[in-house]
Design a protein around this ligand. Structure first.
Ligand code: ADP
Ligand code: MG
Length: 289
């Protein structure tokens, strides 16, 4: 039988916008000592602002138009940012043969004849295009047209309002290790890690690599009773949310798959609620024991 104070704990968390999917997760939360965070949408807002379009043979306006068109079916925050920067409604009938490759980007055919690829270095190399080297701080989205390099779009994300404070509150709540995991490039990752006050981060990860890293973190804690949490929002986060001892999803921005795979959902996406959830669980267990 479930102790009464567990219901109080779940209810108290609920009134703070923290949805805990079962009383057993209160016990796990109380023992969380390692947390792995996704970057985009978890530590950062995930509303990228387009800082510039840099082109070579193809005009800047055309690059943004092609990118917005190719991305029109994507639910990735990068797509939303490109649509916003483009500023016009895209005519979806112009877009066919769309292929979104997680951790890479999107390929599509525009107007039935132009092949467009929009994504990172990894996508460019996959289709045999050499991307130019960029020295910007931020996320770089390359665009290739008909198998030739066309230019890139620089997009800048910003930290969530409470991200830095959230990290220090977690330390105060007993968390010993905090790691940021991202599919973004090293430079973008390093700058966000530094801003948020994390020394431990891994960049350039594919969704499957994030699972591998969480498995390493689980191994480190094996037999200690200490638990490992993963916090994320993305379309590709479901496997890693499921793999951690406890998966925490951002509910407002998060994809349905992530929300479904998670054990705890933060309804308003506020990273400060992670330490709040840990504190509520500890308090509730002290009452029981
Ligand atoms: P994160 O780890 O920050 O949540 P993702 O795993 O979603 O990031 O994506 C990793 C990288 O893959 C992005 O930084 C971007 O370079 C590229 N990418 C993924 N999806 C898209 C997309 N729809 N359009 C362009 N690039 C994308
Ligand atoms: Mg993500």
């Amino acid at each position: 039988s479930i102790p009464l104070s567990f219901f109080a704990g779940l209810g108290g968390a609920g009134s703070q916008g923290i949805l805990i999917k079962g009383s057993n997760y209160l016990e796990v939360l109380a023992q969380v000592k390692t947390i792995a965070f996704d970057k985009t949408g978890t530590i950062t807002k995930g509303n990228f602002a387009v800082a510039g379009v840099h082109h070579s043979p193809v005009e800047a306006d055309r690059i943004l138009e092609y990118a917005a068109l190719a991305e029109c079916h994507s639910s990735h925050p990068i797509s939303a940012s490109l649509q916003k920067a483009y500023g016009k409604a895209v005519d979806q009938t112009r877009v066919t043969d769309v292929q979104e490759i997680s951790g890479h980007g999107v390929e599509a055919v525009i107007d039935g004849r132009v092949h467009v690829a929009v994504g990172n270095d990894r996508l460019m190399r996959k289709i045999g295009v050499e991307p130019i080297a960029c020295h910007h701080i931020g996320t770089v989205i390359h665009v290739a047209v008909d198998g030739r390099y066309a230019g890139h779009i620089l997009i800048i994300d910003e930290l969530k309002e409470h991200a830095r404070e959230a990290m220090s509150e977690l330390k105060k709540a007993g968390v010993e290790k905090e790691v940021m995991l991202t599919g973004d490039i090293e430079k973008a990752a390093a700058s966000v890690a530094q801003e948020v006050g994390l020394t431990d981060y891994r960049a350039g990860l594919l969704p499957a690599d994030k699972v591998t890293v969480v498995e390493e973190l689980l191994k480190e804690r094996e037999g200690t009773g200490k638990k490992v949490a993963f916090v994320g929002d993305g379309i590709n986060d479901a496997p890693v949310l499921a793999r951690a001892d406890i998966g925490i999803a951002m509910g407002a921005l998060g994809s349905d798959a992530a929300i479904e795979a998670a054990d705890v959902v933060l309804m308003n996406d506020d990273p400060l609620k992670i330490s709040k959830a840990i504190r509520i669980s500890k308090k509730c267990l002290r009452i029981v024991r």
